[in-house]
Unconditional design. Structure first.
Length: 65
């Protein structure tokens, strides 16, 4: 059997930390920014840990299994 490939769409959206957490970017920062407050937009910059419910499928796609 050939090796399983990493899902590149997933690899571009998530990253794994040194301790094994999977981090994701926050949503709502791409457009229509004029009506959002500076404080709110600043909060979108930080990454957030992926929810436990999504961890299994994202881990499989990153590992290529």
């Amino acid at each position: 059997m050939p090796k399983m490939k990493t899902h590149k769409g997933t690899a571009k959206r998530f990253r794994r930390t040194g301790t094994g957490k999977i981090m994701r970017a926050k949503a709502f920062k791409s457009h229509i920014l004029t009506k959002k407050t500076t404080k709110r937009k600043r909060g979108f910059r930080q990454e957030q840990e992926l929810a436990a419910a999504d961890r299994k499928v994202v881990t499989q796609r990153l590992a290529g299994n």
